[in-house]
Design a protein around this ligand. Structure first.
Ligand code: C5P
Length: 297
């Protein structure tokens, strides 16, 4: 085996219901994930030890040791399987860091898949799922991609029946948000009587089943949006610009600060992205359809 290449797509949450804080420090979630065609690329080559080189978006700010989830994933896989092989990982990033798109989690999932292939360690999907869940709540979804319902802390997955594709516009902010900080803000706002747990994604799931774009637009929802906007009020301008320029719906992705917009067609997404770029309310604007093909498993 000379080199293994894996595509690592970003995720967005079409529904994100946040339950009360649990004793283990996590929140129970009811969420609908969708992978989108904005992706990092990861290559694993044979080596004596595990190393990482990063190019692209945020490359200079990211650690390349075990604090990087991709290196940690490879290290955990090696420990679990007992392999003495190493891997030289090369990551080309397009997904913004701390953006609410699971960039770090998808890199970790890609590293698990790439090293499992490179090392011929033959772990089953179930074993990879367990390693993934220990690395982070979003990593199991990132292993599989597609469209899925997540419960527990987001790691318990059920595939969602969907038809067709959805056309997203993804607006990258010029700021970052730390996921735990946004969860704490959700708790703070709840304690002050603002916001409650939207735990029923059934109307969205029904709309996804038949790909009814207008109904999907009506039922997109994020319990963390209020908290993300409380911490970064300027995101309201981005959301409003998207709606003013014809988006069917606008919402913050996960814990933010990335904002996503639903378009009717690929052409509509391209036009909307151009207008959003011109509005000057985002650092960068991408288009990406979903669910993205995940070549992760
Ligand atoms: O699982 P992960 O390491 O990605 O989570 C990062 C942090 O986000 C957790 O330490 C926790 O503070 C918060 N979190 C949460 N509830 C979840 C997922 C994450 O409170 N379901």
């Amino acid at each position: 085996m000379t080199a293994v290449h894996v595509t690592a797509p970003a995720k967005i949450n079409l529904h994100l219901g946040v339950g009360p804080l649990r004793e283990d420090g996590y929140h129970d979630l009811t969420t609908v994930f969708e992978s989108v065609a904005l992706h990092d690329d990861l290559t694993a080559e044979p080596a004596d030890d595990i190393s990482l080189v990063i190019h692209g978006e945020g490359a200079h700010d990211l650690p390349t040791d075990r604090r990087n989830l991709a290196v940690l994933a490879a290290t955990e896989l090696a420990a679990y399987t007992g392999t003495r092989a190493g891997a030289r990982l090369t990551l080309t990033k397009r997904i913004p860091v701390a953006g609410g798109l699971a960039g770090g989690s998808t890199d970790a999932a890609a590293a698990l898949i790439a090293c499992n292939r490179l090392w011929n360690t033959g772990l089953t999907t179930g074993e990879l799922d367990k390693l993934a869940a220990a690395l982070g709540s979003d990593v199991p979804f990132c292993l599989h991609g597609g469209t899925a319902l997540g419960t527990g802390r987001g790691e318990q997955l059920t595939p969602v029946l969907t038809t067709g594709r959805r056309h997203w516009v993804i607006a990258i902010a010029d700021t970052e948000l730390s996921t735990p900080v946004v969860y704490r803000e959700v708790d703070r706002l709840r304690a002050a009587g603002h916001g409650h747990y939207h735990d029923d994604p059934a109307p969205l799931l029904a709309a996804l089943r038949v790909n009814d774009t207008d109904a999907i637009a009506r039922h997109l929802h994020n319990d963390m949006q209020h908290a993300a906007l409380s911490l970064r009020p300027q995101l309201t301008d981005t959301l409003e610009a998207g709606l003013a320029h014809g988006a069917l719906a606008a919402l913050v992705s996960g814990s933010g600060p990335t904002c996503v917009f639903l378009a009717r067609t690929e052409e509509h997404a391209t036009t909307l992205a151009e207008r959003l770029r011109a509005s000057g309310t985002a650092r960068a604007v991408h288009t990406g359809s979903g669910p993205a093909g995940a070549d992760l498993t």
